[in-house]
Design a binder for this molecule. Sequence first.
Ligand code: CA
Length: 223
Amino acid sequence: MQVLLVEDDPELAEGISVFLEGQGDTVEVAMDGNQADRRLQEEPFDFALVDVGLPGLGGYEVVRRLRRRGQSLPVIIITARDALDDRIYGLDLGADDYLPKPFELSELAARMRAVLRRGGHAEATRIVFGPLSLDPEGRLAELAGQPIALTAREWDLLRALAEADGRTVPKDRLQAEGSGNVVEVYISRLRPRLEVGGILIRTVRGFGYRLELAGPARRDNAG
Ligand code: CA
């Protein structure tokens, strides 16, 4: 796996690189945010580890930009700040996980495996729900022909909902696709992006969520 490590602490960068290379990964280190931003546009990395406090462009901005470009590679944010607000902020920007410093290298490896597992194994069949079309092989999503940028977690969630084809997906099943109790956060982030294309995410209270096509043609069972 080709990993971009964005870390300005040379000692930590060296430690992580040696460890990951020992696992068979190829690691490129970017010491500042601008370099990271440029390299992400030049190379198809499989994974990015991004420190928050960086010279030049900050780590959050690096992540924000890569998601805006529609890049869906898994991203873990590494930072000394471990306040919950920072964590949520990082996840909101499109990171797949968040690892507070200091951490054990084995913990980093476990988190990376977990994020990759959540990505699952893709089959080459498109999943279609109304104007929404998902390509599991490329992990791409299109809404009315326009690509939408999704994080690995958002992708998994939307895929589960689209595969259910309008049936309700229990919330605990969506939870099981990842760790932590942040399904609501992801749902609220997906909602406005789908609504512009005519797809609603309905909350079925106490149970879960389902996709629904917006519009006047409501199919009620009222008679
Ligand atoms: Ca730093």
